[in-house]
Design a protein around this ligand. Structure first.
Ligand SMILES: Nc1ncnc2c1ncn2[C@@H]1O[C@H](COP(=O)(O)OP(=O)(O)OP(=O)(O)O)[C@@H](O)[C@H]1O
Ligand SMILES: [Mg+2]
Length: 256
């Protein structure tokens, strides 16, 4: 005996087949209108479920990553700063460095697109099925400093396990606190051992990093591991932020 539509609905809910549930009415109409063979309809219905699952998995991965925008390389204007290492950016975007457990340091002038590129790479990694954690350096340092020992353990675990960690705007405030230094040390040492990639962006030149890290031996061991198996991308040029602000000002002088 065939089921009523209400019973089918209930069964799909029970089986958690939300992709089929969302399109079933349309697929029934389509099958009737086209007098489709059963297998054609059935494969379309299955495909709807697969599509729904894939996109909700991607959505979950994106939210878990902590990214605040879906940056891409498509919306990046390579003509604005022609000296940017374009090939190296595309190379990173292939994500081979993740498979090979390499790091990337994106260093250079403010507003030149370092964070944009790091976010685009991180977003691409979520689309390709990687577990990604995007962190603004100062806010993870502050959160970590506030936690007790057990909280800190809890915060650290996903950062060690993720396939890719992005540490954005490192050393924005130059010197970092002792607890930030500890976090950085554990993160970099452990991920190095596990051969898991880190992407760091900073507008401070690498030569000064040792100074900002304070304790000399700690600085050396951190930098050593970070730089080994690492791609260095230098971003020279004008600030896109200033260009955008100037455009806004020209369009509407009362704002800004
Ligand atoms: N070449 C570009 N094409 C399009 N958008 C750009 C370009 N460069 C930067 N932007 C945009 O300008 C803004 C500032 O860029 P971003 O935050 O990536 O700079 P940054 O190098 O990380 O700067 P900071 O060192 O201050 O952190 C962002 O909104 C980014 O999307
Ligand atoms: Mg930045």
């Amino acid at each position: 005996m065939s089921m009523t539509m209400i019973e089918i609905e209930r069964a799909l809910r029970e089986l958690r087949l939300s992709g089929i549930r969302a399109t079933l009415d349309t697929r029934i109409l389509q099958a009737q209108a086209n007098q489709e063979p059963f297998l054609d309809t059935f494969s379309m219905v299955l495909q709807d479920e697969l599509d729904r699952r894939r996109s909700s998995l991607m959505e979950r991965r994106y939210h878990k990553s902590g990214l605040d925008e879906r940056a891409t390389l498509t919306d990046f204007d390579w003509h604005f700063n022609p000296k940017l290492p374009r090939q190296a950016c595309f190379e990173l975007h292939t994500l081979k460095f993740i498979a090979e457990g390499q790091n990337a340091l994106i260093i250079g002038k403010p507003g030149t697109g370092k964070s944009h590129i790091a976010k685009a790479v991180a977003y691409q990694a979520t689309l390709q099925g990687h577990d990604v954690r995007y962190l603004e350096a100062d806010s993870i340092f502050a959160r970590y400093a506030l936690g007790s020992g057990a909280d800190q353990e809890r915060q650290l675990r996903p950062l060690l396990n993720a396939d890719l960690v992005v540490l954005d705007d490192l050393f924005l405030a130059r010197r970092i606190s002792d607890s930030a230094g500890e976090l950085l040390q554990t993160l970099i040492h452990q991920r190095y051992k596990l051969r898991r990639s880190i992407v760091v962006t900073s507008n401070r030149v690498v030569q000064d990093w040792g100074k900002y890290l304070g304790d000399n031996t700690m600085a050396t061991t951190i930098l050593d591991r970070l730089m080994h198996r690492s791609h260095l991308l230098e971003f020279e040029g004008k600030s896109y932020r200033l260009k955008e602000a100037a455009t806004r000002l020209a369009q509407n002088p009362s704002v800004n």
